[in-house]
Design a protein around this ligand. Structure first.
Ligand code: RM4
Ligand code: MN
Ligand code: MN
Length: 399
């Protein structure tokens, strides 16, 4: 690929390299498996069906990008066949990342998990979270990532306040089971599968519940879990300021929780999120302890290529945010120089950082062009031949 001649200053190049040295992003095991919509699944010959295949695919993405050392695991989808995670980690060089309990697929969860009106179901959900924390301990993971499908479909059918209280109680008890520096990440989502009320519908509810749970509970922002036109970077800025931002699930959306490739619909939105983090760190001199994770469903795209595209896009947008001139921006903000302030962001966003990133990659022994390197490797052809049809029956992911 040809990039335009870099119009970057030496300082900006240095800022990009520093940003690339620290930016790591976690891949989701379910992003390599066959997924679909509620209308059906289109199978891919290369889709991963087993935990071994998911680790192998993640290792391939990490081999060509060099920045994805961990893999998020879904307890029900990945531990059913209980592969030996530490052996897999050794073999592939990929470590287990966040552990995601499954509190939505079992029949008992028809009316919710921690928010279920039946105390037995609430206890079962809590037990599953505690088991997941054990799994996290066993495989050496720090983060237990909680997404709840809990909610209701019709007005008047559930007591919203009681459910909130049950969530508080369940999360507090989950927090008590954490060991060492483990964290609970509380994810929110406004709708789906519940279509009238969702128990943890927005960042305010997630924040309140995380605070009630205990000091090692933080909020997880899934970029697809907002209403259209919501200002996500403002949420990020607030959570940073409150020291309550635990991590991200990255994906893009156009209409609902679409799980599209990061930056495919609105790259400026992602840039603005990264900018809030960069400016926070610049101002405070602190490093925000944030787990950057991908949560995507590549229903139509080839999965490994889509993942590489996602990672390189994330790097580019992170790098663009790293070259914003913070001093200049702060001055313009103080003087309310609106056009100049806005242009600080726009200039950075418009800068082509790709050649600087390619040079950084080469200096670090990573292929300059991850996607091309992947295509040349022959991996795709090999797994297509090996796996064809194998994963069809596997209950390895949603839809
Ligand atoms: C949800 C949410 C969770 C993911 C599930 C499958 O919408 O994004 O993080 O685990 O989907
Ligand atoms: Mn998510
Ligand atoms: Mn989602």
């Amino acid at each position: 690929m040809e990039y335009s001649e870099s119009d970057m200053t030496p300082l900006q190049t240095e800022q990009v390299w520093k940003a690339m040295d620290r930016f790591r992003i976690e891949l989701p095991s379910w992003g390599f498996a066959d997924t679909g919509t509620r209308f059906g699944k289109f199978h891919q010959a290369a889709a991963a069906a087993t935990i071994e295949e998911k680790f192998s695919d993640a290792a391939e993405v990490n081999r060509v990008t060099g920045v994805c050392p961990t893999l998020a695991l879904h307890v029900l989808w990945d531990f059913g066949t209980a592969g030996d995670i530490s052996a897999l980690a050794k073999k592939t060089g990929i470590r287990a990342g966040s552990i995601n309990p499954n509190l939505f697929q079992d029949q008992i969860y028809k009316f919710g998990s921690l928010g279920n009106p039946d105390p037995h179901v609430r206890e079962a959900a809590l037990a599953h979270i505690v088991d997941s924390i054990e799994i996290a301990t066993d495989v050496g993971s720090r983060d237990i990532s909680l997404w709840f499908a809990d909610g209701s479909n019709y007005p008047g059918t559930q007591n919203i306040r009681h459910r909130k209280d049950w969530f508080e109680d369940g999360l507090r008890r989950s927090h008590a089971a954490l060991k060492g520096d483990q964290r609970l990440l509380v994810e929110y989502k406004p709708f789906e599968p519940a279509f009238y009320h969702t128990d943890i519908a927005d960042w305010g509810m997630a924040l309140e519940l995380a605070r009630a749970a205990g000091p090692q509970a933080k909020v997880l922002v899934d970029t697809g879990h907002h209403y259209s036109s919501q200002n996500i970077e403002q949420i990020v800025a607030w959570l940073l300021d409150l020291k309550m931002l635990g991590g991200f699930h990255f994906n893009d959306r156009r209409y609902a929780d679409d799980d599209l490739t990061l930056g495919s619909i609105d790259p400026y939105q992602v840039f603005r999120i990264f900018h809030e983090i960069a400016v926070y760190e610049w101002e405070t001199g602190m490093t925000a302890d944030i787990a950057y994770m991908v949560d995507q469903s590549h229903n139509l795209k080839p999965k490994i290529e889509a993942m590489i595209q996602t990672v390189t896009t994330a790097q580019e947008l992170f790098a663009k945010a790293a070259i914003v001139d913070h001093e200049r921006l702060a001055t313009h903000q103080r003087n309310a120089a609106l056009v100049d302030a806005e242009n600080c962001l726009k200039d950075a966003f418009a800068t082509d950082v790709r050649s600087a990133i390619a040079e950084w990659r080469m200096a670090r022994g990573i292929p300059a062009e991850p996607l091309a390197a992947y295509r040349e490797s022959g991996y795709q052809k090999r797994i297509e031949a090996e796996r064809t049809g194998k994963g069809r029956g596997a209950v390895s992911s949603y839809a």
